[in-house]
Structure formats: C-alpha cells, structure tokens
Ligand binder design. Structure first.
Ligand code: UDP
Length: 261
C-alpha cells in the first residue's frame, strides 16, 4: 500500500492518504499535550507503545463484535485504518470520579460511581473542548438520535469489556475517552469506533497500589511515563516480560523494525 500525502495532523497522531480512497494511515507521534495544549512535550517511545496497545484493544473489541476502524498495524508507529467522518464529540466514560469531574462538581477524588457515567465534550480546541449535553448534540445535528442511541449502547459494551480485560491484569479502568466515525464507503453511514484507546486516552490505576499507569504521569509531572505504558503493554501480554522498560529500548525496537523494511 502506498502512503500518500498528509491529510491531517493532530496533537498525537498524523493521518496520511493511501492509494485506496477508503483507507488511511494513522501515525502515532511521541508528542504529549495536556490542559488544552498548554503543556507540551515529546516523550520518546510513547507513539510506539500507544500503537501496540491500541491495536491490541481494538482487535479484542472487534472480536466481541464492536466494529472499529482498525484494519491492521503496519509497523511500530503506523496502522491502516478505515477512512471515517469523525463525529465531533469526545465521549468520556467514567467508572471512578477523578480529573475534571472532581474539579467541576466537587466530588471526592476516587469516588466509585454506581453506574458508568457518559459525558460529552465538543471536539473544538479553540473552545477548550467544552462539556455539552445530549440536547446540544441533537440541536446542532452533530449526531442523530438514532446514532447517539447506537453509540451509547456500544460505549457500555466497550466499557464492560475493557473493565474486565484490565481487571484480569490487575488494573482498574477509571475513565477513558472514545471517538466514533461514520463509515462513508458502506453507503449506509454506519457508525464505528475510531481514533485510539491507549494510556493517553484512559486512566489506568494499579488495582492494589492505585499507581497511575497513564497520561496523568505527564499531566501531573509524576515522571516515568514510558515504564508505566510499558507495564500496561506487558500486563496485556503485548510485550514480553523480559522487554526492558526504557525509552531507549522502545526507540531501538522501532528503528530495528524500520531498517528491516
Ligand atoms: N481524555 C482524552 N482526551 C481529551 C480529554 C480527556 O483522552 O481531550 C480522557 C482522559 O485521558 C481521561 C478521560 O478522558 O481518561 C477523562 O478526562 P478528564 O475530563 O477528567 O480530563 P482532564 O481535564 O482531567 O485531563
């Protein structure tokens, strides 16, 4: 498959065209941003780990019938995905209160929610991704009632599956963000799961110690982000136990693969 021109560059990923109009290439960068781009850095090896972890989760979701954009991973930093029209909403799913929810509503950090809570944010960096209600989505036609109902059903299944998957490897799934897109090529405007699911987009705490194994290590300057993401990958069985947890090694792994091409 031939990689074409750059179509879009986001904060953590780049999308390239391919020779097939229905497929694009998603490239995972090492860039990390937080607080609506106020905090920025590049963390060597992050993109490689997110590519692998997201591939693993989306492949597993596909096996339980959750349709998603992943076609196949190409190499250490790239995957072929189906071209979709992204719905301009970030769907945030919460099992435990932390982050912006605790600040906004004064809820105690770590409060276990009696039911998963779905929140909607408009994808608009200039506006700081504001929290919106379901009614806004319908009023401004960002998604139809039917699409929203379908997405909510998918979200709850994804959440159930991911809670179990992570629980099995000693990790609590605190919250995460999902994006969905319309598959134009099917002619039916089918809605599928898109974007990525990785420690950049989830909060993952060790089940016993509550150690943070996600992007909060960057947001809160806790350090050791690569060892934390590597730990998630190892526990999910993606990386072998003996894999060294340093950024240098992740990068080496990436360059070995590049040379082989
Ligand atoms: N999240 C994300 N991208 C965003 C905003 C949030 O992936 O642009 C994820 C975040 O990693 C967390 C969940 O959504 O797992 C809830 O985030 P919250 O609103 O608490 O974000 P904060 O403002 O604390 O970063």
């Amino acid at each position: 498959m031939k990689k074409g021109k750059k179509l879009y560059e986001g904060k953590a990923k780049i999308i390239y065209a391919t020779s097939d109009k229905d497929l694009v290439i998603q490239y995972f960068k090492d860039d990390a941003t937080a607080y609506n781009n106020l905090k920025k850095s590049s963390i060597e090896g992050k993109g490689v780990l997110n590519n692998r972890i997201s591939e693993h989760i989306l492949t597993n979701l596909s096996q339980i019938g959750i349709k998603n954009h992943l076609v196949k991973r190409l190499n250490m930093r790239e995957q072929v995905i189906k071209f979709v029209e992204i719905i301009p909403i970030e769907f945030v799913v919460r099992n435990v209160a932390t982050g912006s929810l605790t600040k906004r509503l004064g809820i105690e950090d770590g409060t276990v929610l009696k039911e998963p809570l779905i929140e909607y944010c408009l994808k608009d960096d200039k506006l700081g991704d504001p929290l919106i209600a379901e009614e806004h989505i319908l009023t401004f036609d960002w998604a139809s009632k039917k699409e929203l109902e379908k997405v909510k059903k998918m979200i709850l299944r994804i959440n159930d599956f991911m809670i179990g998957m992570f629980r099995g490897v000693g990790i609590k799934l605190i919250d995460f963000k999902l994006e969905f897109g319309r598959l134009k090529s099917s002619g039916k405007n089918e809605i599928i799961l898109a974007d990525e699911i990785s420690p950049d987009t989830c909060r993952l705490w060790d089940s016993i110690t509550d150690k943070k194994l996600d992007k909060d290590r960057f947001r809160k300057d806790l350090g050791d982000l690569i060892p934390a993401y590597t730990e998630v990958a190892k526990r999910l069985g993606i990386l072998h136990e003996q894999a060294n947890v340093s950024a240098v090694n992740v990068t080496k792994l990436s360059s070995v693969k590049r040379k082989r091409k």
